[in-house]
Design a protein around this ligand. Structure first.
Ligand SMILES: NC(=[NH2+])NCCC[C@H](N)C(=O)O
Ligand SMILES: [Mn+2]
Ligand SMILES: [Mn+2]
Length: 302
């Protein structure tokens, strides 16, 4: 990893219906991110946070927060639009953007920013498909929708602020699925996205699955974006997440996967999301996010 890394915080919890995940960027920085990366020989700078307006302190003259099928969609749009520009700026400067969430809706900003004028691949490490749309979502929470939004699925067709220009379904791999809503399962099956469940990992091992997923993403010409939702890991390893699901990958499997990411030399941009300090135990999930980001960016044991 020769390119410098630029950290960009996206402190929003609008997509998770307001539950504390907006403190993720602070917790991850506090978990020692800059030191961890520096120790790995990565040159790193911190671009601070994008503005994420607090619903509580909004100008009373402003429009009321949006509700309905997708909660806080207008607020989410504000944050991810700003994030998207910051990510593109980092890439234009020859740096690798590392986005700190925030809930997973921030991926709409990171990936649109990374896929501007570039045909990129995407690996989505997650217990969930995040493939809902406003009309199919059972919760209305936008963090369950970013992948569908980026790909222009269903209601998200022709939503320029949320659709990633240079991203095609053929170049997207989801890894570690174990919790899907019925309509999401259908939409993923109908798409050209490649999806690997925890059963695939049980059967074939993390190495075969991750290598196949990376092949899918790396078939895009301009590098890959890696989106790491901390609920990808088993909740015993990562308790500080809002939507934990039993039966996730282990600590070692997660490091292995991110080391493989680094080995491709194709990493263009990355994000770690869904760290919720309110639900965490002694910041261990934030510290884990820090470690895994470092592995993805080239940290080696030896
Ligand atoms: N990024 C996440 N943690 N997503 C969880 C989504 C959970 C559920 N499928 C929903 O749409 O509400
Ligand atoms: Mn998830
Ligand atoms: Mn997710």
């Amino acid at each position: 990893m020769t390119r410098p890394v630029r950290i960009i915080g996206a402190p929003t919890d609008y997509g998770a219906n307001r539950r504390g995940v907006d403190m993720g960027p602070s917790a991850i920085r506090y978990g020692g991110l800059a030191d961890e990366l520096a120790a790995a020989g990565v040159s790193v700078s911190d671009d601070g946070d994008v503005a994420a307006p607090r619903a509580e302190v909004r100008d009373p003259e402003a429009e009321a927060p949006s509700e309905g099928d997708a909660k806080f969609l207008r607020e989410t749009r504000e944050v991810v639009t700003a994030l998207s520009d910051r990510v593109t700026d980092a890439l234009d400067a020859g740096e690798t953007p590392l986005v700190l969430g925030g809930d997973h809706s921030v991926a709409i900003g990171s990936v649109t920013g990374s896929a501007r004028d570039a045909d990129i691949g995407l690996v989505w490490f997650d217990a969930h498909g995040d493939f809902n749309t406003p009309s199919t979502s059972p919760s209305g929470n936008v963090h369950g929708m970013p992948l569908a939004a980026l790909l222009g699925v269903g209601d998200f067709a022709d939503t320029p602020w949320a659709n990633a220009d240079g991203l095609r379904e053929e170049h997207v791999a989801i890894v570690g699925l174990r919790d899907l809503d019925p309509t999401e399962r259908e939409a993923i099956n109908d798409s050209d996205v490649t999806a690997y469940t925890m059963s695939d990992i049980d059967e074939r091992g993390i190495d075969a699955v991750v290598d196949d997923a990376l092949d899918v993403a790396c078939s895009a010409p301009d590098g890959i974006h890696v989106s790491l939702d901390l609920d990808w890991l088993d909740p015993r390893e990562a308790p500080g997440v809002g939507t934990p699901v039993r039966g996730g990958v282990t600590y070692r499997e997660a490091h292995f996967a991110l080391e493989r990411v680094a080995a491709t030399d194709a990493l263009r941009s990355m994000e770690v999301v869904e760290v919720n300090p309110i639900l965490d135990e002694h910041n261990e999930t934030a510290a884990l996010a820090t470690e895994l980001a470092a592995s993805g960016l080239g940290k080696r044991i030896l």
